[in-house]
Design a protein around this ligand. Structure first.
Ligand SMILES: Cc1cc2nc3c(=O)[nH]c(=O)nc-3n(C[C@H](O)[C@H](O)[C@H](O)COP(=O)(O)OP(=O)(O)OC[C@H]3O[C@@H](n4cnc5c(N)ncnc54)[C@H](O)[C@@H]3O)c2cc1C
Length: 411
């Protein structure tokens, strides 16, 4: 096999939402870099495919006209106008945005298969600044006196890449994370999840609501149904790993049990057809703060463990970490130093965004299962004031997502 030597100040491993966003924002700052991914795009990724308001905010940060000019015209994106919480009694709590109070092109959520969404982002990588190598897997990484040596391979070529700064954007099983000896799973801050596509699930809402059900039998977990085009839906189930292992719960089995026997769900799946297999993957939650910087390295996305612990959403957080990382990389280049102390505030800026959710999760996760169940299925779902506040907040969050730019404080 031929060996090709490549050199760059910055190299990113992984071109999922975290890696492609890092690349997109680096290019906006005029910084040349290499970005590699083992996959060829479009590629599958096990996910709920839900784009929350953080994702919307980051997409707006990439281009304030992206929704009007691209996303709303692209059939692979399903605009969703709210949320449905499925009450254990079978009655739904529907939160639909008041369209008279927001601009016509505002939708609080979207659903887009990762096959399409990640490809959409990869196509935004600017080749003027980025040397994008797809189907190229990082095999080994090694710290050198002045940076890193990465050996990566595609079908025909072995690449020897040298760089000063390595960005680990390669997900939960990150090679950089493993090299650092930091891929440790703390089950209290980790979740297991499965998803499957279906056709013809009954009872979905005409405003494409994202649906959530908290099965009373299984606390610290939820089941979702997210709408896709052509009568398809993304259906999935997530459970905190600590609770699953303590109770010997098999997430796949519970997923099937809920669809086939749960009195609230089974009738909706009576005439549904699965599209593809049940697929599973893990979620490293932001409630376990992981050190995301060091001498010559940064972690972004799942590698940095930044998934929202309260919702399981990680796409927007991954994109956000890429944006913050790019700002700190620009600072390092200006100072011509890639030492740890240059990145100290990266951690602060990253977690500042997640703190509220982390605090809420930490208060919730130590509750007794029965109490957690009561909190969600009785207090939240039955309380008129909480429902009103949520609806109002949704409207406000949406305005922030579409109208406010994120500022990063470097010092
Ligand atoms: C079942 C499930 C449902 C979820 N639902 C949602 C949801 O609805 N909404 C939401 O916001 N989040 C959701 N998440 C979380 C979300 O999927 C992740 O947080 C998100 O994918 C993180 O993006 P990333 O770029 O960090 O990592 P990834 O998307 O995992 O991308 C990592 C990339 O690195 C590449 N790579 C890996 N190793 C190497 C290597 N050695 N060399 C080169 N390339 C490599 C991979 O090919 C991949 O393209 C869900 C997760 C799961 C498991």
């Amino acid at each position: 096999m031929v060996t090709e030597k490549l050199q760059s100040v910055v190299c990113i491993i992984g071109a999922g939402p975290a890696g492609s966003s890092t690349s997109i924002f680096l290019s906006k700052l005029g910084i040349k870099h290499i970005i590699i991914d083992a996959a060829s795009f479009p590629r599958n990724k096990v996910c709920g495919d839900g784009l929350d308001m953080k994702s919307i905010r980051m997409l707006n940060q990439i281009d304030p006209n992206i929704f009007q000019n691209e996303i709303l015209k692209d059939p692979s994106f399903t605009p969703c106008n709210g949320v449905r919480l499925i009450h254990p009694s079978g009655k739904n709590r529907d939160y639909v945005i008041d369209k008279t109070k927001v601009k016509a092109h505002y939708h609080p959520f979207y659903v887009s298969k990762r096959m399409d969404f990640d490809h959409f982002l990869v196509k935004k990588i600017d080749k003027t600044f980025a040397n994008l190598l797809l189907e190229t897997k990082a095999k080994t990484i090694e710290k050198t006196t002045d940076g890193w040596k990465i050996i990566a391979e595609n079908k025909n070529v072995e690449f020897e890449i040298t760089c000063k700064l390595l960005v680990g954007a390669d997900g939960d099983h990150s090679i950089l994370l493993r090299h650092l000896g930091e891929r440790k799973i703390n089950r209290k801050h980790y979740a297991g999840s499965v998803r499957q596509y279906f056709k013809d699930v009954e009872g979905t809402h005409s405003e494409n609501l994202l649906e959530f059900y908290f099965p009373p039998k299984y606390p610290f977990s939820y089941f979702w149904i997210f709408p896709l085009p052509n009568g398809e839906v993304n259906v999935g189930y997530i459970m905190v790993s600590k609770y699953a292992s303590e109770n010997n719960h098999n997430i796949r089995k519970i997923f099937t049990e809920l669809i086939t026997t749960d009195p609230i769900l089974q009738h909706r799946f009576a005439n549904a057809t699965p599209v593809g297999e049940v697929e599973g993957w893990g979620l490293p939650l932001a409630s376990l703060e992981r050190k995301a910087y060091g001498d010559g390295w940064l972690l972004v996305g799942d590698a940095a463990s930044v998934i929202s612990p309260t919702s399981g959403e990680g796409i927007g957080n991954a994109m956000f970490s890429g944006y913050v990382a790019a700002e700190f990389i620009a600072k390092a280049i200006r100072q011509d130093s890639f030492e740890e102390n240059v990145f100290i505030n990266y951690q602060r800026e990253l977690y500042r965004q997640f703190q509220e959710e982390i605090d809420r999760y930490n208060k919730y996760i130590d509750k007794k299962p029965a109490v957690s169940n009561w909190l969600i299925n009785t207090l939240i779902m039955d309380n008129f004031i909480i429902q009103k506040l949520y609806k109002r907040s949704m409207q406000k969050w949406m305005e922030t997502a579409y109208e406010k730019r994120i500022k990063v404080t470097l010092d």
